[in-house]
Design a protein around this ligand. Sequence first.
Ligand SMILES: [Zn+2]
Ligand SMILES: [Zn+2]
Length: 103
Amino acid sequence: MISVSGGVIADQHTVPPSLDLDDTRTCPALPGCESCDAVDDLDVVTADLPVGVACLTLCGSCADAGDLPRFRSWSAAISRVLDHCGHLGVDADQAAAARSICG
Ligand SMILES: [Zn+2]
Ligand SMILES: [Zn+2]
């Protein structure tokens, strides 16, 4: 871990104007629903987690019910957020900036 002194300079990273954190077109779907393990009617959805926006593979009924899988740990949730940043081709700072703009 690198310790940063002086804090983060917010405008150091420019956010691509077209960045849409809910865009799942480039996100790979998993073979089963992450909440109930169903293998039919799967869709990739985004979830606004406390640590950022991540993409998840859910079946239709879990997506309708807003049934999100439980992450084993914060680091697991964070790694999913970072995965989704990778799908969108942005870094975590850009994603966080876009998220704060969108509210
Ligand atoms: Zn499901
Ligand atoms: Zn993704």
